[in-house]
Design a protein around this ligand. Structure first.
Ligand SMILES: *Cc1c(COP(=O)(O)O)cnc(C)c1O
Length: 471
C-alpha cells in the first residue's frame, strides 16, 4: 500500500468511526444474526491475488458490521462495560500507526517512562499508597495469573519454576465462590490445581469472605502439612458485585504470612471517587491488586492495571534473561516485560494519558457518580412496581431484579424468556445471572455515552415487554 492510499483509507476509517459512534442509538445493541450467517458470506479460501480496498471495505460494512454486538452503544447494560472513550480511540490510532513493541526500556523509552508516570497518576487517583508500583497488563486474567505465580513461588521458597510442584506439599490458595472464573483458570495454569483452591464461605449483605472461616481453613491446612500461600479477595464480583472485607481478610492473611491479591477489575475504577473507597477499606495492606481501566474508566481494551507492593517478587517470579534481551549500560531502568506473563506489549499507556488529560479526574468522577445514581434510581423504580422485585440491591451501578412469573409458569423459564425477548427487541441489551440458584436479570449502568434518558428508556422497554405490551 502506498502512503497516499494509506492516508486516504486512514481518513476513511476515522470518518467511518465517527459516524458509527455518533449514530449508535439507531442500531440494535446485540447482534440480531443467527449462528453461521456471517461465516456463510466469507470466502472459504484466501485470495491468490490482492483485492481492492474499496471491495474489502465494502464487505466490512455489508457483511461484518451487522454481525457486531455494539459494546459502545449507550444502551448497553449487559456484562460490564468495555468503554473506549473517543479520546482513547484516537490514542489507539496513533499506537497502531507506530506499532512499537514496548517490551524493554530501550525498545521504546517513552512507552516505559509514560507507563511509570500515568500509573503513578492512577495510583494517586485511587488513593493507593505510594509504596505501590504499577504495571499495565493485557487483562485482569493475566494480572491475577501473575499474582498467583508469585504466591506459589513465595510459598515454595522460589523453587517452583525450577523444580515444578511435585517436590513440595500442595500449595493452597483461598477465595470465596463469588470470584471471577479468571481465578479458577489462574489456579489451573499455575499448576496449583482446582482442588487446592479453597472456597471460603461468605457472610453478610455483601457476600464477603468470612474472615473467621478463612483463619480456620488456613490452620486446618497447615496442620495437615499443606502450604497456605495466598488469598484472592474480590471487590465487586462479576455476578452481583460481592465484596470482601479487605481489612479483615488482610489481617488474617498477614498474621499467617499469606500473600493477598485483590480483584477489583470492574469496581476499581469507581475508587477515583473518595466516597466509594470505604468499599475497599484496608487496600493499603494488600500485596497486589488489579483493576481494569478498560472496563468502566474508558481506556480502550486492553488496559488492565496491576499495583504491587513488591515488584521485586513479581520480577523474581517472571523475569527471564536471554542475552538478546539484555540492555547493557543502563542502570535503574524498568523492563516491564519482566513484570508480566506475555513478552510482547503494546504502547498501552498512551490512551491512559490521553484519557486522563482530556477528561480530568473530575470528568471521570462525574460519569461514575451519574451511573451509580441512575442505577439506584432505576432499582427504586422497579422496587415500586408490584410485579417486579429487586434480587440484589445496587452495588455501585450493578443490581439484579426479577419480573414475577404468571401463575403456573416456572420463574427461571419466565426470566430467561423475558431476557431473550428484550435482547431480540434490540433497543437495550442486558444479561442474566444466578442468585442462590435462581435466575435473575442483571443490570449495570456504565457505558461511557449513556445518559439518564437512556436508563429511563430501559425501564420502559423492560416494563412494556414484561407486561406483554408493544412498544
Ligand atoms: C471482567 C472481570 C475479570 C476479567 O477481566 P479480563 O480483563 O477480561 O481478564 C476478572 N475479574 C472481575 C471481577 C471482572 O469483572
Amino acid at each position: 500500500m502506498d502512503w497516499e492510499e494509506f492516508r486516504r483509507w486512514s481518513e476513511k476509517a476515522a470518518n467511518w468511526g465517527a459516524d458509527y459512534r455518533q449514530n449508535l442509538r439507531d442500531r440494535p445493541v446485540r447482534a440480531q444474526t443467527a449462528p453461521g450467517e456471517i461465516a456463510a458470506r466469507i470466502a472459504d479460501a484466501p485470495p491468490e491475488t490482492g483485492e481492492r480496498m474499496e471491495d474489502i471495505f465494502a464487505d466490512f460494512e455489508d457483511i461484518l458490521v451487522p454481525g457486531m454486538t455494539h459494546w459502545q452503544h449507550p444502551r448497553f447494560f449487559a456484562y460490564f462495560p468495555a468503554n473506549a472513550a473517543p479520546v482513547s480511540v484516537i490514542a489507539e490510532y496513533l499506537v497502531s500507526a507506530i506499532a512499537a513493541q514496548c517490551i524493554l526500556w530501550q525498545t521504546s523509552p517513552s512507552a516505559t517512562e509514560l507507563e511509570t508516570k500515568v500509573l503513578d497518576w492512577l495510583r494517586q487517583a485511587l488513593a493507593v499508597p505510594d509504596n505501590f508500583s504499577g504495571v499495565i497488563q493485557d487483562s485482569a486474567s493475566t494480572a491475577t495469573l501473575a499474582a498467583v505465580l508469585v504466591m506459589r513461588e513465595r510459598a515454595l521458597g522460589w523453587q517452583g519454576n525450577a523444580k515444578g510442584l511435585a517436590a513440595h506439599p500442595a500449595v493452597r490458595i483461598y477465595a470465596t465462590g463469588e470470584v471471577h472464573t479468571s481465578i479458577d483458570r489462574a489456579i489451573w495454569i499455575s499448576g496449583v490445581g482446582a482442588d487446592n483452591l479453597v472456597r471460603v464461605p461468605t457472610t453478610g449483605r455483601n457476600r464477603g469472605m468470612d474472615a473467621t472461616a478463612l483463619e480456620a481453613a488456613i490452620e486446618l491446612d497447615r496442620n495437615a502439612g499443606l502450604l497456605p500461600a495466598g488469598v484472592i479477595a474480590c471487590v465487586g464480583g462479576t455476578s452481583t458485585g460481592a465484596c470482601d472485607d479487605i481489612a479483615a481478610v488482610t489481617e488474617v492473611a498477614r498474621r499467617h504470612g499469606l500473600y493477598v491479591h485483590v480483584d477489583a477489575a470492574w469496581a476499581g475504577s469507581a475508587m477515583i471517587c473518595p466516597e466509594f473507597r470505604t468499599l475497599w477499606a484496608g487496600i493499603d495492606g494488600v500485596d497486589s491488586l488489579v483493576f481494569n481501566p478498560h472496563k468502566w474508566l474508558g481506556a480502550q481494551f486492553d488496559c488492565s492495571v496491576q499495583f504491587v507492593r513488591d515488584p521485586a517478587a513479581l520480577v523474581r517470579t517472571l523475569a527471564i534473561h536471554p542475552e538478546y534481551l539484555r540492555t547493557h549500560g543502563h542502570d535503574g531502568i524498568i523492563n516491564y516485560s519482566e513484570w508480566s506473563v506475555p513478552l510482547g506489549r503494546r504502547f498501552r499507556a498512551l490512551k491512559l494519558w490521553f484519557l486522563l488529560r482530556y477528561h480530568g479526574l473530575e470528568g471521570l468522577r462525574m460519569m461514575i457518580r451519574n451511573h451509580v445514581r441512575w442505577s439506584e434510581k432505576l432499582a427504586d423504580q422497579f422496587a415500586a412496581e408490584p410485579d417486579f422485585e429487586i434480587v440484589t440491591p445496587p452495588f455501585l451501578s450493578l443490581f439484579s431484579f426479577r419480573h414475577r412469573a404468571p401463575q403456573g409458569v416456572d420463574s427461571d423459564e419466565h426470566t430467561q424468556r423475558l431476557i431473550n425477548a428484550i435482547n431480540n427487541d434490540g433497543r437495550i441489551y442486558l444479561t442474566q445471572t444466578r442468585v442462590n440458584g435462581a435466575l435473575a436479570i442483571r443490570f449495570q449502568v456504565g457505558q461511557f455515552e449513556t445518559t439518564e434518558a437512556d436508563v429511563g428508556h430501559a425501564f420502559h422497554v423492560i416494563v412494556n415487554i414484561a407486561r406483554g405490551r408493544n412498544p
